[in-house]
Design a protein around this ligand. Structure first.
Ligand SMILES: Nc1ncnc2c1ncn2[C@@H]1O[C@H](COP(=O)(O)OP(=O)(O)OP(=O)(O)O)[C@@H](O)[C@H]1O
Ligand SMILES: [Mg+2]
Length: 476
C-alpha cells in the first residue's frame, strides 16, 4: 500500500525531533509500515489498532499528531477525532481516507481535523502533512504561552501618576538592579506585592522565579522547613527530602510577605542567610543561597523592634532599601486612573462592553477614604462591572458606604514625609476649594490667607501637577 517500504530504521522511543505521532489503523501491516516511516523521520511513534486503544494512548502520552484511518470497524475516524479533542484539545489530527471518500474527509476538516491524505498513501505526502500538523501545533502552543505572558504583564501594570506613586516607582526602579534586600512598607492593599514583582521584573533576576511566601499564612511550626527545606527523616513525618522556598527561588527573588509575623527562631535563621548567604535545611548540610529577598509588612516594624518582638539586627538587614507604598487617600488623583484601569480589566474579564463612569459615581469614589486601599477599589469596580445592566457605571452600582458618603465631607490629606512644601500648599488649597465647591473667598477665609493669594498660588500651577481639586475624568 505504501510506495516506499525500504526503510530500515532502529526504533527510537525518544524521538529526538520532539514530535510524537500516534498511528491508528485496524490494518496491522499498514500500522507497521507507517511506524517505520516516522521512526526514520526521528519521531516518536505510538500505535493503536482501534479507537479505544487510540484514546488510551492520547490519555497517557503527550501526543502531537494523530494519523488515523477514517474507516475502522466499530467507529469512524470522525468519532475518534471528536473524542481525541475532548481529551487533548491541542492534538492535530490527520485522516487517511480511501479513494472516493473525500466528502467524509471534508466534514472531518470542519470538525477540526488538520488535513487528510488519500490512500494509496505516498510516503512524502504523509510525512509532509504530519510535519506541517506538528508545526501548526507548536505555533499554537507558542502563541498561547505568549498570550499568557502578556496577560500576566498587563495584570501587573502599575497604574498611577501622582507624585507619591511616582516616587515609589522611582525608588523601586533604582533598587531593582542591585542585589540589596528591599523592605516594602504600607497599609494593606496598597500594592506591596505588585511593587515586589516590579522590582523582580526590572532586576537581572527577572528570568528566575518570583517565589512569594505569606509568613502569616503558614503555621509557625512548619514555616522553617517550608522556607529552608528538610532532609528525609529530619523530623517525624519527613518521609522524603523536600526543597524549601529558598531553593525554589534560586537565581530569582523570594518575596517574604507579612515579615512582621516571623517567630524568633525563624528570624535568627533568616538573619543568617541575609548575612552569610547560606543556610542549613532541617537535618541537612550547609547550602549557599542565591536569592534576592524582598520583604513586606503592613506593621510598623520599628515599633515591633522597640516592643522586643522583632530583632533589631534583622530589621536593619532587611531595611537596606525601603519603599513605602502610600495609602490611596494620600494620592486621590490616582483614583480616576485606577477606576479606568479596573473598569477596562473587568469588562474584558467578564466579556462586557467597557462601561462609562458617571461623573457623580466618580465623585463619590474621590470622596471616599478607601481604608482597604487599591484592593478595596479593585473589588468595588469588579462588583460594579458584574452587576451593572446598562452601559454606565452609576452611583447605584457602588456599595452603600461609598454611594451614601456625604458629598464633600471635610477630610484629611495625607502626605509622605519629605513632600516639598510648595506641593503641600497647593494640595491643601485645591482640597479646600473642592470642599467649598469652588468658592475661593470662603476657601481663603478657611485657610487664613487673602483671596488674591489663592488666585496667585493657583496661577502658578503648570498643567503637570494634577491636584485632586479637578480630577480628570477617565476616558471611556
Ligand atoms: N498602582 C496599582 N496599579 C494597578 N493595580 C494595583 C496598584 N496597586 C495595587 N494594585 C492591585 O491591587 C491589589 C492589591 O495589591 P497587592 O496585593 O500588591 O497589595 P498588598 O499591599 O500586598 O496588600 P496586602 O497587604 O493586603 O497583602 C492587586 O490586585 C494589585 O494588582
Ligand atoms: Mg500582599
Amino acid at each position: 500500500m505504501i510506495d516506499d517500504l525500504s526503510v530500515s530504521a532502529v526504533k527510537t522511543s525518544e524521538g529526538p525531533e520532539g514530535i510524537t505521532v500516534l498511528v491508528v489503523d485496524d490494518e496491522r501491516s499498514n500500522v507497521e509500515s507507517l511506524e517505520k516511516i516516522f521512526l526514520k523521520e526521528n519521531m516518536r511513534v505510538l500505535v493503536a489498532n482501534d479507537a479505544k486503544h487510540a484514546l488510551e494512548q492520547v490519555r497517557s502520552h503527550r501526543v502531537h499528531v494523530v494519523l488515523t484511518d477514517l474507516m475502522m470497524p466499530g467507529t469512524t475516524g470522525l468519532e475518534l477525532l471528536r473524542a481525541i479533542k475532548q481529551v487533548q484539545s491541542d492534538v492535530e489530527v490527520v485522516l487517511m481516507t480511501a479513494y472516493g471518500s473525500v466528502e467524509a474527509a471534508v466534514s472531518a476538516m470542519r470538525e477540526g481535523a488538520y488535513d487528510f491524505v488519500e490512500k494509496p498513501l505516498k510516503r512524502v505526502t504523509i510525512v509532509k502533512s504530519v510535519r506541517k500538523a506538528a508545526e501548526r501545533g507548536r505555533l499554537l502552543e507558542e502563541n498561547r504561552s505568549l498570550k499568557d505572558e502578556i496577560k500576566a504583564l498587563t495584570k501587573r501594570e502599575m497604574v498611577g501618576s501622582s507624585v507619591p506613586w511616582r516616587r515609589v516607582i522611582e525608588v523601586a526602579t533604582q533598587a531593582a538592579p542591585s542585589t540589596a534586600t528591599v523592605l516594602v512598607l504600607g497599609e494593606s492593599g496598597t500594592g506591596k506585592e505588585l511593587i515586589a514583582r516590579y522590582i523582580h521584573d526590572k532586576s537581572a533576576r527577572a528570568r528566575g522565579a518570583f517565589v512569594a511566601v505569606n509568613c502569616a499564612a503558614i503555621p509557625e511550626t512548619i514555616l522553617e522547613s517550608e522556607l529552608f527545606g528538610h532532609e528525609r527523616g529530619a523530623f517525624t513525618g519527613a518521609v522524603t527530602k523536600k526543597d524549601g522556598r529558598f531553593a525554589k527561588a534560586t537565581a530569582g527573588t523570594l518575596f517574604l510577605d507579612e515579615i512582621g509575623e516571623l517567630s524568633p527562631q525563624v528570624q535568627v535563621k533568616l538573619l543568617r542567610v541575609l548575612q552569610e548567604g547560606e543556610y542549613e535545611p532541617l537535618g541537612g548540610n550547609t547550602v549557599k543561597a542565591d536569592v534576592r529577598v524582598v520583604a513586606a509588612t503592613n506593621r510598623d516594624l520599628l515599633a515591633e523592634v522597640q516592643a522586643g518582638r522583632f530583632r533589631e539586627d534583622l530589621y536593619y538587614r532587611l531595611n537596606v532599601i525601603a519603599v513605602t507604598a502610600p495609602p490611596l487617600r494620600a494620592r486621590r488623583e490616582d483614583v480616576p486612573l485606577l477606576v479606568d484601569h479596573f473598569v477596562g480589566l473587568y469588562a474584558k474579564k467578564n466579556g462586557k462592553a467597557r462601561l462609562v463612569v458617571a461623573r457623580a459615581a466618580l465623585d463619590r469614589m474621590l470622596d471616599y477614604a478607601w481604608p482597604g486601599n487599591v484592593r478595596e477599589l479593585e473589588n468595588v469596580i469588579e462588583r460594579a462591572v458584574v452587576l451593572s445592566r446598562g452601559d454606565t457605571l452609576t452611583e447605584q452600582d457602588l456599595p452603600d458606604q461609598i454611594a451614601k458618603a456625604p458629598a464633600s465631607a471635610p477630610r484629611s490629606i495625607d502626605f509622605t514625609v519629605g513632600t516639598p512644601l510648595e506641593e503641600i500648599e497647593l494640595r491643601v488649597i485645591k482640597e479646600t476649594l473642592k470642599h467649598t465647591k469652588g468658592d475661593k473667598s470662603l476657601a481663603a477665609q478657611l485657610l487664613g490667607i487673602s483671596t488674591r493669594t489663592v488666585y496667585r498660588k493657583l496661577d502658578g500651577v503648570d498643567g503637570s501637577f494634577e491636584g485632586a481639586g479637578d480630577p480628570a475624568k477617565p476616558s471611556a
